[in-house]
Design a protein around this ligand. Structure first.
Ligand SMILES: [Zn+2]
Length: 243
């Protein structure tokens, strides 16, 4: 196939636009933040499960404390009643019995208060554990929201690039003869499509061409369309080709 050197050069513009299109399409489908956003969603789920466990532990402590407080109220009522009876009792045997019961109630109350203090300590720790988990979830959510917004910006930018580049590509393709464009379109899916030969190196595959291959290229007419023997793309020769 033959094509003027100028038309062959236009293929390089086309190839550059196709690289830009592919990069933008990749960014649109898979913004760099997407992986981290998925990780954060997974993490938030784990954190929420742990929060449920911690809230449950705190509820249990609160229930236990309420039960102890109600036990203390029972002991107080009983003590008040016994004290009242003791104050009015004229029977020494009964008075003795009431006194020993009052002592037992006082010991019971003291035990309950010790237990309550211990539970209050544990409740304080449980509150801190819940707060710590809630703050982890909040910072995970904040990071997720920030990254999602960034990803949206990247996608919007890539979409704009794709639209503009598609228009540019159509304009460049319009200036290229049909048969040359068809050849490029056929080669592009499995190579650079077209690349410059610069300093004896194909810029499509970065291979330095052998002496034999360079001799073949030297012998080819300027408007002959030649291929890279290494990667099969259209090799565009210029002053910088080193031939
Ligand atoms: Zn090549």
């Amino acid at each position: 196939m033959n094509a003027s050197p100028a038309d062959q050069l236009r293929l390089l513009d086309l190839a550059a636009l196709d690289v830009r299109l592919r990069t933008a399409e990749h960014a649109r489908k898979n913004p760099p933040q997407a992986v981290r956003v998925r990780e954060l969603m997974q993490r938030r789920q784990e954190l929420s499960q742990e929060l449920t466990v911690r809230l449950g532990a705190r509820d249990d402590l609160r229930t236990e404390i309420a039960r102890i407080e109600s036990d203390v109220a029972v002991v107080d009522a009983r003590s008040a009643r016994d004290a009242g009876r003791l104050a009015t009792s004229s029977n020494s045997k009964e008075a003795q019995g009431l006194e020993s019961e009052l002592q037992a109630l006082a010991r019971r109350k003291s035990d309950l208060e010790d237990a309550e203090l211990d539970l209050m300590d544990r409740l304080e720790q449980a509150d801190a554990a819940v707060a710590e988990q809630e703050s982890l979830i909040a910072s995970t959510n904040a990071e997720g929201a920030e990254l999602s917004a960034e990803a949206k910006r990247v996608v919007a930018e890539a979409t704009a690039t794709i639209e503009a580049t598609t228009r540019d590509r159509a304009a460049v393709a319009d200036g290229i003869p049909d048969d040359l464009l068809a050849l490029y379109d056929r080669l592009a899916p499995r190579s650079a499509g077209a690349a410059m030969l610069r300093r004896r190196t194909c810029e499509g595959c970065n291979m330095v061409l052998s002496g034999t291959d360079l001799n073949t290229l030297r012998a080819a007419a300027p408007d002959a369309v030649v291929m890279c023997p290494e990667c099969g793309c259209i090799l565009v020769r210029t002053e910088e080709s080193g031939l």
